[in-house]
Design a protein around this ligand. Structure first.
Ligand code: ADP
Ligand code: K
Length: 446
Protein backbone atom coordinates (compact mmCIF):
# COMPACT_ATOMS: atom_id res chain seq x y z
CA UNK A 1 0.00 0.00 0.00
CA UNK A 2 1.19 3.55 -0.77
CA UNK A 3 0.19 6.27 1.69
CA UNK A 4 0.68 9.13 -0.79
CA UNK A 5 0.78 7.45 -4.21
CA UNK A 6 0.80 10.64 -6.29
CA UNK A 7 3.86 11.92 -4.39
CA UNK A 8 5.62 8.57 -4.09
CA UNK A 9 5.19 7.82 -7.79
CA UNK A 10 5.70 11.35 -9.10
CA UNK A 11 7.43 11.23 -12.50
CA UNK A 12 11.13 11.99 -12.03
CA UNK A 13 11.12 15.14 -14.19
CA UNK A 14 8.31 16.55 -12.11
CA UNK A 15 10.02 15.52 -8.87
CA UNK A 16 13.20 17.34 -9.99
CA UNK A 17 11.23 20.48 -10.78
CA UNK A 18 9.54 20.32 -7.37
CA UNK A 19 12.93 19.87 -5.67
CA UNK A 20 14.35 22.75 -7.66
CA UNK A 21 11.61 25.16 -6.63
CA UNK A 22 11.75 24.02 -3.00
CA UNK A 23 15.53 24.23 -2.83
CA UNK A 24 15.51 27.82 -4.06
CA UNK A 25 12.84 28.70 -1.51
CA UNK A 26 14.72 26.96 1.29
CA UNK A 27 17.97 28.80 0.48
CA UNK A 28 16.18 32.15 0.35
CA UNK A 29 14.41 31.32 3.62
CA UNK A 30 17.51 30.39 5.62
CA UNK A 31 19.49 33.32 4.23
CA UNK A 32 17.02 35.79 5.67
CA UNK A 33 16.18 33.94 8.87
CA UNK A 34 19.28 32.18 10.18
CA UNK A 35 22.32 34.39 10.83
CA UNK A 36 24.59 31.33 10.71
CA UNK A 37 23.52 30.61 7.12
CA UNK A 38 23.62 34.26 6.08
CA UNK A 39 27.23 34.48 7.23
CA UNK A 40 28.08 31.15 5.64
CA UNK A 41 26.48 31.90 2.28
CA UNK A 42 28.01 35.39 2.23
CA UNK A 43 31.42 33.87 2.85
CA UNK A 44 30.82 31.39 0.02
CA UNK A 45 29.70 34.20 -2.27
CA UNK A 46 26.25 32.68 -2.74
CA UNK A 47 23.34 35.10 -2.82
CA UNK A 48 19.81 33.66 -3.02
CA UNK A 49 18.91 36.01 -5.88
CA UNK A 50 21.63 34.42 -8.03
CA UNK A 51 21.11 30.83 -6.82
CA UNK A 52 19.72 28.71 -9.62
CA UNK A 53 18.62 25.63 -7.64
CA UNK A 54 19.81 22.04 -8.09
CA UNK A 55 22.55 23.02 -10.54
CA UNK A 56 24.11 25.21 -7.84
CA UNK A 57 23.65 22.76 -4.98
CA UNK A 58 27.33 22.06 -4.40
CA UNK A 59 28.04 25.78 -3.95
CA UNK A 60 26.29 25.66 -0.56
CA UNK A 61 29.19 24.10 1.37
CA UNK A 62 28.35 21.60 4.11
CA UNK A 63 26.64 21.82 7.48
CA UNK A 64 28.28 19.60 10.11
CA UNK A 65 27.49 18.25 13.53
CA UNK A 66 29.88 20.79 15.06
CA UNK A 67 27.71 23.60 13.65
CA UNK A 68 24.89 22.33 15.86
CA UNK A 69 27.16 22.36 18.89
CA UNK A 70 28.51 25.82 18.09
CA UNK A 71 24.96 27.17 17.81
CA UNK A 72 23.64 25.33 20.87
CA UNK A 73 20.81 25.38 21.76
CA UNK A 74 18.61 27.39 19.37
CA UNK A 75 21.07 29.23 17.11
CA UNK A 76 20.09 27.35 13.94
CA UNK A 77 16.36 27.92 14.38
CA UNK A 78 14.61 29.89 11.65
CA UNK A 79 11.49 30.74 13.62
CA UNK A 80 10.92 32.49 16.96
CA UNK A 81 10.75 30.03 19.85
CA UNK A 82 6.97 30.36 20.37
CA UNK A 83 6.47 28.92 16.89
CA UNK A 84 8.46 25.82 17.85
CA UNK A 85 5.98 23.10 18.75
CA UNK A 86 8.46 20.48 19.92
CA UNK A 87 12.15 19.99 20.71
CA UNK A 88 14.15 16.80 20.38
CA UNK A 89 17.82 15.97 20.98
CA UNK A 90 20.41 13.56 19.77
CA UNK A 91 24.00 13.21 20.92
CA UNK A 92 26.57 15.87 20.16
CA UNK A 93 30.29 15.52 19.54
CA UNK A 94 31.58 16.75 22.90
CA UNK A 95 28.87 16.03 25.38
CA UNK A 96 26.63 18.91 24.34
CA UNK A 97 23.43 17.60 22.81
CA UNK A 98 22.30 18.35 19.27
CA UNK A 99 19.00 20.20 19.63
CA UNK A 100 16.40 20.11 16.90
CA UNK A 101 13.05 21.91 16.68
CA UNK A 102 9.82 21.49 14.73
CA UNK A 103 6.92 23.79 13.92
CA UNK A 104 3.43 22.30 13.89
CA UNK A 105 3.77 22.07 10.09
CA UNK A 106 7.13 20.27 10.40
CA UNK A 107 5.51 17.77 12.76
CA UNK A 108 2.75 17.10 10.29
CA UNK A 109 5.29 16.44 7.50
CA UNK A 110 7.25 14.24 9.93
CA UNK A 111 4.09 12.21 10.59
CA UNK A 112 3.39 11.99 6.84
CA UNK A 113 6.81 10.60 5.94
CA UNK A 114 6.60 8.10 8.80
CA UNK A 115 3.10 7.11 7.65
CA UNK A 116 4.51 6.59 4.13
CA UNK A 117 7.33 4.54 5.61
CA UNK A 118 5.08 2.33 7.74
CA UNK A 119 2.78 1.75 4.78
CA UNK A 120 5.82 0.67 2.74
CA UNK A 121 6.78 -1.63 5.64
CA UNK A 122 3.47 -3.46 5.16
CA UNK A 123 1.21 -1.67 7.66
CA UNK A 124 -2.42 -1.03 6.82
CA UNK A 125 -4.93 1.19 8.61
CA UNK A 126 -6.65 -0.73 11.38
CA UNK A 127 -3.61 -2.78 12.33
CA UNK A 128 -1.95 -2.56 15.74
CA UNK A 129 1.66 -1.38 16.12
CA UNK A 130 3.82 -2.08 19.17
CA UNK A 131 6.30 0.78 19.35
CA UNK A 132 9.45 -0.41 21.13
CA UNK A 133 11.46 2.64 20.03
CA UNK A 134 12.46 4.79 23.00
CA UNK A 135 10.10 7.63 23.84
CA UNK A 136 11.46 10.94 25.11
CA UNK A 137 14.04 13.34 23.73
CA UNK A 138 15.08 10.85 21.04
CA UNK A 139 13.14 11.29 17.83
CA UNK A 140 12.46 7.55 17.50
CA UNK A 141 9.52 6.94 19.84
CA UNK A 142 7.33 9.97 19.18
CA UNK A 143 8.34 10.06 15.50
CA UNK A 144 7.02 6.56 14.88
CA UNK A 145 4.06 7.21 17.18
CA UNK A 146 2.53 10.13 15.29
CA UNK A 147 3.23 8.61 11.89
CA UNK A 148 1.49 5.42 12.94
CA UNK A 149 -1.52 7.39 14.15
CA UNK A 150 -1.59 9.32 10.88
CA UNK A 151 -1.68 6.08 8.92
CA UNK A 152 -4.63 4.96 11.03
CA UNK A 153 -2.91 2.32 13.14
CA UNK A 154 -3.64 1.54 16.79
CA UNK A 155 -0.44 2.42 18.63
CA UNK A 156 0.86 0.54 21.66
CA UNK A 157 3.42 3.04 23.06
CA UNK A 158 5.43 0.61 25.17
CA UNK A 159 8.83 2.31 24.48
CA UNK A 160 12.16 0.43 24.58
CA UNK A 161 13.28 -2.31 26.99
CA UNK A 162 11.26 -4.29 29.53
CA UNK A 163 11.34 -7.58 27.68
CA UNK A 164 8.78 -9.32 29.94
CA UNK A 165 6.21 -6.63 29.29
CA UNK A 166 7.00 -6.51 25.56
CA UNK A 167 6.37 -10.25 25.27
CA UNK A 168 3.23 -10.04 27.39
CA UNK A 169 1.77 -7.29 25.18
CA UNK A 170 2.73 -9.13 21.99
CA UNK A 171 0.66 -12.09 23.23
CA UNK A 172 -2.23 -10.21 24.83
CA UNK A 173 -2.78 -7.31 22.40
CA UNK A 174 -1.66 -9.32 19.36
CA UNK A 175 -0.18 -6.43 17.30
CA UNK A 176 0.59 -7.07 13.62
CA UNK A 177 3.60 -4.73 13.61
CA UNK A 178 6.57 -4.09 15.85
CA UNK A 179 9.02 -1.17 15.60
CA UNK A 180 12.36 -1.57 17.38
CA UNK A 181 16.09 -1.43 16.90
CA UNK A 182 17.24 -4.55 15.02
CA UNK A 183 19.33 -5.68 18.00
CA UNK A 184 16.34 -5.43 20.31
CA UNK A 185 14.17 -7.31 17.83
CA UNK A 186 16.83 -10.04 17.96
CA UNK A 187 16.62 -10.11 21.74
CA UNK A 188 12.85 -10.52 21.56
CA UNK A 189 13.20 -13.29 18.99
CA UNK A 190 15.71 -15.12 21.20
CA UNK A 191 13.57 -14.75 24.30
CA UNK A 192 10.52 -16.11 22.50
CA UNK A 193 12.50 -19.17 21.57
CA UNK A 194 14.09 -19.54 25.01
CA UNK A 195 10.74 -19.33 26.79
CA UNK A 196 9.13 -21.75 24.36
CA UNK A 197 6.41 -19.30 23.33
CA UNK A 198 4.53 -20.87 20.41
CA UNK A 199 4.51 -18.87 17.15
CA UNK A 200 0.68 -18.97 17.13
CA UNK A 201 0.72 -17.07 20.42
CA UNK A 202 1.84 -14.05 18.43
CA UNK A 203 0.12 -12.24 15.61
CA UNK A 204 3.12 -10.32 14.22
CA UNK A 205 3.44 -9.88 10.46
CA UNK A 206 5.80 -6.93 9.98
CA UNK A 207 8.76 -5.29 11.70
CA UNK A 208 10.24 -1.88 10.86
CA UNK A 209 13.77 -1.79 12.25
CA UNK A 210 16.27 1.05 12.41
CA UNK A 211 18.37 3.52 14.41
CA UNK A 212 21.50 1.39 13.96
CA UNK A 213 23.16 -0.55 11.13
CA UNK A 214 22.10 -4.16 10.56
CA UNK A 215 22.65 -6.97 8.12
CA UNK A 216 20.85 -9.64 6.09
CA UNK A 217 21.86 -12.19 8.74
CA UNK A 218 20.05 -10.20 11.41
CA UNK A 219 17.07 -9.87 9.05
CA UNK A 220 16.84 -13.65 8.72
CA UNK A 221 17.07 -14.18 12.47
CA UNK A 222 14.37 -11.63 13.22
CA UNK A 223 12.11 -12.78 10.40
CA UNK A 224 12.17 -16.41 11.46
CA UNK A 225 12.19 -15.69 15.19
CA UNK A 226 9.28 -13.26 15.18
CA UNK A 227 7.45 -14.59 12.13
CA UNK A 228 7.62 -11.23 10.37
CA UNK A 229 8.77 -9.55 7.20
CA UNK A 230 11.37 -7.05 8.44
CA UNK A 231 12.23 -3.79 6.66
CA UNK A 232 14.74 -1.04 7.23
CA UNK A 233 13.71 2.40 8.48
CA UNK A 234 16.41 5.10 8.47
CA UNK A 235 16.54 8.62 9.71
CA UNK A 236 18.40 11.20 11.74
CA UNK A 237 17.33 13.96 14.07
CA UNK A 238 19.19 16.75 12.28
CA UNK A 239 17.05 16.17 9.18
CA UNK A 240 13.81 14.98 10.82
CA UNK A 241 14.01 11.67 12.67
CA UNK A 242 13.05 8.16 11.56
CA UNK A 243 11.25 8.01 8.22
CA UNK A 244 13.77 9.84 6.04
CA UNK A 245 14.02 6.58 4.14
CA UNK A 246 12.31 3.20 4.21
CA UNK A 247 12.49 -0.14 2.50
CA UNK A 248 9.39 -1.57 0.80
CA UNK A 249 8.32 -4.91 2.23
CA UNK A 250 8.10 -6.47 -1.25
CA UNK A 251 11.53 -5.17 -2.26
CA UNK A 252 13.51 -6.27 0.78
CA UNK A 253 17.26 -6.24 0.28
CA UNK A 254 17.18 -3.79 -2.63
CA UNK A 255 17.54 -0.56 -0.66
CA UNK A 256 15.38 2.02 1.08
CA UNK A 257 13.42 4.79 -0.64
CA UNK A 258 14.47 8.30 0.37
CA UNK A 259 11.43 10.60 0.42
CA UNK A 260 13.00 12.98 -2.05
CA UNK A 261 10.22 15.56 -2.12
CA UNK A 262 11.25 16.55 1.42
CA UNK A 263 14.88 15.40 1.78
CA UNK A 264 17.33 16.03 -1.04
CA UNK A 265 20.11 13.42 -0.86
CA UNK A 266 23.65 13.37 -2.26
CA UNK A 267 26.57 11.01 -1.80
CA UNK A 268 30.00 12.65 -1.72
CA UNK A 269 33.59 11.48 -1.42
CA UNK A 270 34.54 11.37 2.25
CA UNK A 271 37.90 13.05 1.64
CA UNK A 272 37.20 15.56 -1.12
CA UNK A 273 33.51 16.28 -0.56
CA UNK A 274 32.95 15.94 -4.33
CA UNK A 275 29.78 14.16 -5.50
CA UNK A 276 30.42 10.55 -6.54
CA UNK A 277 28.84 8.70 -9.48
CA UNK A 278 25.46 7.01 -9.03
CA UNK A 279 25.85 3.75 -7.10
CA UNK A 280 29.28 4.62 -5.66
CA UNK A 281 29.84 4.58 -1.90
CA UNK A 282 30.48 7.80 -0.01
CA UNK A 283 29.11 10.07 2.70
CA UNK A 284 25.39 10.68 2.64
CA UNK A 285 24.47 14.38 2.62
CA UNK A 286 20.96 15.79 3.02
CA UNK A 287 19.34 19.13 2.34
CA UNK A 288 15.89 19.67 3.80
CA UNK A 289 13.40 21.03 1.27
CA UNK A 290 10.35 21.88 3.36
CA UNK A 291 11.52 22.39 6.96
CA UNK A 292 10.35 25.55 8.76
CA UNK A 293 11.83 25.48 12.26
CA UNK A 294 15.27 24.17 11.38
CA UNK A 295 16.05 23.95 7.68
CA UNK A 296 19.48 22.44 7.02
CA UNK A 297 21.62 22.81 3.89
CA UNK A 298 23.84 19.89 2.88
CA UNK A 299 24.13 18.12 6.22
CA UNK A 300 27.18 15.86 6.33
CA UNK A 301 25.66 12.77 8.01
CA UNK A 302 28.92 10.79 8.24
CA UNK A 303 26.88 7.73 7.22
CA UNK A 304 28.50 5.74 4.41
CA UNK A 305 26.18 4.39 1.74
CA UNK A 306 25.26 4.67 -1.95
CA UNK A 307 22.30 5.97 -3.97
CA UNK A 308 20.75 4.42 -7.06
CA UNK A 309 17.73 4.31 -9.29
CA UNK A 310 17.46 0.70 -10.39
CA UNK A 311 15.03 -2.10 -10.98
CA UNK A 312 12.62 -3.44 -8.31
CA UNK A 313 10.77 -0.25 -7.78
CA UNK A 314 7.18 0.58 -7.02
CA UNK A 315 8.03 4.24 -6.51
CA UNK A 316 10.10 6.82 -8.42
CA UNK A 317 12.19 8.08 -5.49
CA UNK A 318 15.88 7.20 -5.20
CA UNK A 319 17.01 4.25 -3.08
CA UNK A 320 19.91 4.10 -0.65
CA UNK A 321 21.78 0.93 0.20
CA UNK A 322 22.35 -0.19 3.80
CA UNK A 323 24.58 2.03 5.93
CA UNK A 324 28.07 0.50 5.61
CA UNK A 325 29.67 2.42 8.44
CA UNK A 326 30.50 5.87 9.69
CA UNK A 327 33.10 8.34 8.50
CA UNK A 328 33.59 9.59 12.07
CA UNK A 329 34.12 7.87 15.41
CA UNK A 330 30.47 7.81 16.44
CA UNK A 331 29.38 4.42 17.80
CA UNK A 332 25.76 3.37 17.83
CA UNK A 333 25.05 1.37 20.97
CA UNK A 334 21.56 -0.17 21.14
CA UNK A 335 20.33 2.53 18.75
CA UNK A 336 21.82 5.32 20.85
CA UNK A 337 24.46 7.51 19.23
CA UNK A 338 27.59 7.74 21.30
CA UNK A 339 30.76 9.70 20.72
CA UNK A 340 33.72 8.56 22.84
CA UNK A 341 34.50 12.26 23.29
CA UNK A 342 31.41 12.39 25.51
CA UNK A 343 33.43 10.34 28.03
CA UNK A 344 36.26 12.85 27.67
CA UNK A 345 33.85 15.68 28.48
CA UNK A 346 32.73 13.89 31.65
CA UNK A 347 36.34 13.22 32.74
CA UNK A 348 37.36 16.83 32.25
CA UNK A 349 34.75 17.85 34.83
CA UNK A 350 35.99 15.44 37.51
CA UNK A 351 38.84 15.52 40.04
CA UNK A 352 41.09 12.54 40.68
CA UNK A 353 41.02 11.21 37.10
CA UNK A 354 43.51 11.63 34.26
CA UNK A 355 42.34 12.55 30.73
CA UNK A 356 43.29 9.06 29.51
CA UNK A 357 40.53 6.57 28.84
CA UNK A 358 39.69 3.63 26.62
CA UNK A 359 36.32 2.53 25.29
CA UNK A 360 35.61 -1.04 24.20
CA UNK A 361 32.32 -1.92 22.49
CA UNK A 362 31.44 -5.61 22.24
CA UNK A 363 28.40 -7.83 21.86
CA UNK A 364 26.98 -10.19 24.40
CA UNK A 365 24.34 -12.27 22.68
CA UNK A 366 22.48 -9.75 20.53
CA UNK A 367 23.06 -6.74 22.72
CA UNK A 368 25.85 -4.20 22.58
CA UNK A 369 27.97 -3.63 25.66
CA UNK A 370 30.43 -0.88 26.43
CA UNK A 371 33.28 -0.95 28.91
CA UNK A 372 35.23 2.17 29.76
CA UNK A 373 38.65 2.16 31.37
CA UNK A 374 39.67 5.36 33.10
CA UNK A 375 43.00 6.28 34.69
CA UNK A 376 43.00 7.87 38.12
CA UNK A 377 45.27 10.89 38.60
CA UNK A 378 48.95 10.65 39.60
CA UNK A 379 48.11 12.67 42.68
CA UNK A 380 45.50 10.18 43.89
CA UNK A 381 47.90 7.29 43.25
CA UNK A 382 50.44 8.97 45.51
CA UNK A 383 47.87 9.69 48.20
CA UNK A 384 46.76 6.05 48.26
CA UNK A 385 50.35 4.86 47.87
CA UNK A 386 49.46 2.70 44.93
CA UNK A 387 51.86 1.58 42.21
CA UNK A 388 49.05 0.30 40.00
CA UNK A 389 45.28 0.09 40.20
CA UNK A 390 43.77 -3.37 40.11
CA UNK A 391 40.23 -4.58 40.77
CA UNK A 392 41.48 -5.66 44.23
CA UNK A 393 42.74 -2.14 44.97
CA UNK A 394 39.35 -0.74 44.02
CA UNK A 395 37.69 -3.19 46.41
CA UNK A 396 40.02 -2.08 49.16
CA UNK A 397 39.75 1.71 48.87
CA UNK A 398 36.39 3.28 49.45
CA UNK A 399 37.31 6.46 47.59
CA UNK A 400 38.02 4.41 44.46
CA UNK A 401 34.70 2.61 44.73
CA UNK A 402 32.98 5.98 45.10
CA UNK A 403 34.82 7.35 42.07
CA UNK A 404 33.82 4.32 40.03
CA UNK A 405 30.20 4.75 41.10
CA UNK A 406 30.27 8.45 40.20
CA UNK A 407 31.59 7.64 36.74
CA UNK A 408 28.95 4.98 36.10
CA UNK A 409 26.22 7.40 37.17
CA UNK A 410 27.53 10.39 35.21
CA UNK A 411 27.86 8.26 32.07
CA UNK A 412 24.34 6.94 32.51
CA UNK A 413 22.91 10.41 33.21
CA UNK A 414 24.76 12.30 30.46
CA UNK A 415 24.97 9.71 27.69
CA UNK A 416 21.94 7.60 28.51
CA UNK A 417 23.80 4.29 28.36
CA UNK A 418 24.84 1.93 31.14
CA UNK A 419 28.54 1.13 30.85
CA UNK A 420 30.91 -0.91 32.95
CA UNK A 421 33.72 1.30 34.32
CA UNK A 422 37.20 -0.01 35.17
CA UNK A 423 39.67 2.13 37.06
CA UNK A 424 43.33 1.98 36.08
CA UNK A 425 46.45 3.59 37.48
CA UNK A 426 48.04 6.65 35.89
CA UNK A 427 50.19 5.46 32.97
CA UNK A 428 48.47 2.06 32.70
CA UNK A 429 46.52 2.82 29.53
CA UNK A 430 48.33 2.96 26.17
CA UNK A 431 49.60 6.35 24.99
CA UNK A 432 49.77 7.61 21.45
CA UNK A 433 52.91 6.64 19.60
CA UNK A 434 52.80 9.41 17.06
CA UNK A 435 49.70 8.22 15.27
CA UNK A 436 46.12 8.45 16.38
CA UNK A 437 45.74 6.83 19.76
CA UNK A 438 43.23 4.03 19.70
CA UNK A 439 40.92 5.16 22.48
CA UNK A 440 38.15 3.18 20.92
CA UNK A 441 37.89 -0.49 20.07
CA UNK A 442 34.79 -1.79 18.36
CA UNK A 443 34.79 -5.58 18.66
CA UNK A 444 31.20 -6.08 17.52
CA UNK A 445 32.09 -7.00 13.93
CA UNK A 446 28.64 -6.61 12.38
P1 ADP B 1 17.41 7.87 15.13
O1 ADP B 1 16.64 7.99 16.40
O2 ADP B 1 16.54 7.84 13.91
O3 ADP B 1 18.42 6.79 15.14
P2 ADP B 1 19.50 9.77 15.63
O4 ADP B 1 19.60 11.17 15.19
O5 ADP B 1 19.58 9.43 17.05
O6 ADP B 1 18.16 9.25 14.98
O7 ADP B 1 20.59 8.88 14.90
C1 ADP B 1 20.83 9.01 13.54
C2 ADP B 1 21.92 8.07 13.11
O8 ADP B 1 21.56 6.73 13.46
C3 ADP B 1 22.11 8.05 11.63
O9 ADP B 1 22.97 9.09 11.19
C4 ADP B 1 22.72 6.67 11.42
O10 ADP B 1 24.10 6.67 11.73
C5 ADP B 1 22.00 5.83 12.46
N1 ADP B 1 20.84 5.15 11.87
C6 ADP B 1 19.55 5.48 11.97
N2 ADP B 1 18.78 4.59 11.30
C7 ADP B 1 19.61 3.68 10.75
C8 ADP B 1 19.43 2.53 9.91
N3 ADP B 1 18.25 2.12 9.53
N4 ADP B 1 20.55 1.87 9.52
C9 ADP B 1 21.77 2.28 9.90
N5 ADP B 1 22.00 3.34 10.68
C10 ADP B 1 20.94 4.05 11.11
K1 K C 1 20.74 6.27 16.19
Amino acid sequence: MLFQPELERMPLAQLRELQNVRLKQQVEYVYHRVPFYKAKLDALGVHPSAFSGLADLTKLGFTRKTDFRDNYPFGLFAVPQPEVARLHCSSGTTGKATVVGYTAHDLSIFAEVVARSLAAAGCQPGMKLQNAYGYGLFTGGLGIHYGAEKLGLTVIPVSGGGTDRQLQLLQDFRPEIICATPSYAQVLAEEIQRRGIAPEALNLQYAALGAEPWTETIRQQVESGLGVQATNIYGLSEIMGPGVSQEDVHERGTGSYIWEDHFLPEVVDKDTGEPVAEGELGVLVFTTLTKQAMPILRYWTNDITNLYYGESRSRTHVKMGPIRGRADDMLIIRGVNFFPTQVEAILSGLDNVSPYYQVVASRRGSLDEVEVSVEISEELMRRLELAAVTEAAVEQHECLRTLQGTLVKKIKDNIGLSMKVHLRGFGQLPRSEGGKMSKVQDLRGR
